[in-house]
Design a protein around this ligand. Structure first.
Ligand SMILES: *Cc1c(COP(=O)(O)O)cnc(C)c1O
Length: 454
């Protein structure tokens, strides 16, 4: 039955917006948006009452409903989440979280004027390319370094500047798709370089490279097979051998390392991920890698190698289009400083997670179980981010037996602090390894809330 009295009793928009609650909404979201939200709330309430449904006509309830509406409307689409998946460099969740020093550096660079293109000594214009470049060269043992927007940009820049209209010899086993549909060969073609594919998918020998070299050849290239693994009847040519062949023919050797670790992964029970230092030492003229994979810094493309080549890249018009911004340069410099000080393992989140002792992880999972129930089981974390495919780190997981695991996971994602869990065997799994220090309490609150939802 329609409650006519209730309908008549609904306050007017004007009354709501001029109330103190309405004024507070206007102050937070702007008057226009607040009025719109109150109108929507009144329309919905009116419809409910017409249908004979329950709906409050109290001013406080209406203002609350409008506030919820506005909160959703203004919720940014790029939001923090709690990563309980155990995938450390999670591409879809933003790859590497920054160290505290890198976060502070971003804040300083963002909030204040700085020496981005200014030389304090001379008082004249300086170069933004100076920042992080020297540090980068120092920690990798290269002559020089250059920072651009990401590793894909690094490849486009170096191929355009050094191989446009000429041939780049690359093994068929290294024509990698790096995710999101982006393929190394297609990125290369954009630069105007011609691919000369050699070898077979599973085997490439030194003679394959030798035979492919013509007057048109500009460089030999290696692309690290970062996200897949070949086993069985395989053969690859080492970077040292490639360097010998390239240099004997007066050609360049370029190494696309992909992730590009600066520290060895072997002490953590993982396979060896090639490091930038090794590529330089093996004789690569230029090495390109990402800033936000195993390096543990901001999104960036890092190029290190011979100074004359880096200078050519710096002077190319594309360098301007692909350049890194000041926030990136600030975060990257702070991240590289951790390596320079020998404190990367304890300060850089990605490496802290890789090196975190299992006993520590188990203790945290057990503490969670004590608060929300469930059991602690053995499991595996992954490095992710297109590095160390198939390699895992032993971990301890909180396992929750829930009725409909997929629905439960969706509920976790919709929480005010979204939690991303892993679903396996009908259970929701939570890996403490990738839950950042200080996020545990929020995780428990969200779990309790979602477990008690009807
Ligand atoms: C990840 C990756 C890239 C692309 O790096 P971005 O920094 O994401 O642009 C290129 N090559 C390889 C081998 C990679 O693994």
């Amino acid at each position: 039955m329609v409650d006519v009295n209730a309908l008549r009793g609904l306050p007017a928009v004007d009354a709501l917006i001029s109330s103190s609650g309405g004024q507070a909404l206007a102050a937070e979201y702007g008057r226009e948006a607040a009025v719109d939200a109150l109108r929507r709330t009144l329309t919905i309430t009116r419809e409910r009452l017409r249908k004979g449904e329950d709906a409050s006509i109290e001013q406080a309830a209406l203002l609350d409903a409008a506030a919820d509406d506005l909160r959703l409307l203004f919720q940014p689409s790029l939001r923090p989440v709690i990563n309980a998946t155990g995938v450390i460099v999670h591409t879809n969740l933003g790859r590497a979280p920054l160290s505290e020093a890198a976060q502070r550096a971003v804040l300083d660079a963002a909030a204040q004027y700085g020496t981005l293109e200014f030389d304090l000594e001379s008082g004249k214009r300086g170069s933004r390319l100076r920042h992080a470049s020297d540090l980068l060269a120092q920690v990798t043992g290269a002559e020089a370094g250059l920072v651009v927007n990401n590793n894909a940009a690094a490849l486009v820049l170096l191929l355009t500047a050094l191989a446009r209209g000429r041939e780049v010899v690359i093994s068929r086993g290294q024509l990698v798709e790096i995710g999101g549909g982006f393929r190394v060969p297609e990125v290369m073609e954009q630069s105007g370089a011609k691919l000369a594919e050699v070898g077979a998918t599973n085997r490439t020998r030194p003679t394959d490279y030798e035979r492919a070299i013509t007057e048109q050849t500009a460089m030999l290239m290696r692309a690290h097979a970062s996200n897949f693994k070949q086993i069985g009847f395989t053969e690859t040519v080492s970077l040292e051998e490639m360097a010998e062949i390239a240099h004997r023919h007066h050609l360049l050797l370029v190494d696309d390392l992909g992730s590009g670790a600066l520290l060895d992964t072997v002490p953590f029970g993982l396979e060896h991920e090639p490091t930038a230092q090794e590529s330089i030492a093996a004789g690569a003229d230029l090495v390109a890698f990402s800033g936000d994979k195993l390096l543990g810094g901001p999104q960036a493309g890092l190029i290190v190698g011979k100074k004359a080549l880096i200078d050519t890249l710096k002077g190319h018009p594309l360098a301007r289009a692909l350049r890194a911004d000041k926030l990136c340069l600030a975060a990257l410099s702070a991240t590289l400083d951790h390596y320079r000080k020998g404190e990367a393992l304890t300060k850089i989140p990605v490496w802290r997670m890789i090196s975190r002792p299992l006993a520590d992880i188990r203790a945290e999972a057990e503490a969670w179980a004590a608060q929300v129930g469930g059991t602690v089981i053995e499991g595996e974390s992954a490095v992710g981010g297109g590095s160390l495919p198939g390699e895992t780190l032993p971990t301890a997981l909180l396992a929750l037996d829930v009725e409909h695991a997929d629905e439960f996971a969706a509920r976790l994602r919709r929480a005010d602090s979204p939690v991303i869990a892993r679903i396996a065997g009908g259970r929701a799994l939570f890996d403490p390894r990738t839950v950042l220090p200080g996020q545990g309490e929020t995780l428990i609150r969200v779990l309790k809330m979602c477990l008690t939802m009807p």
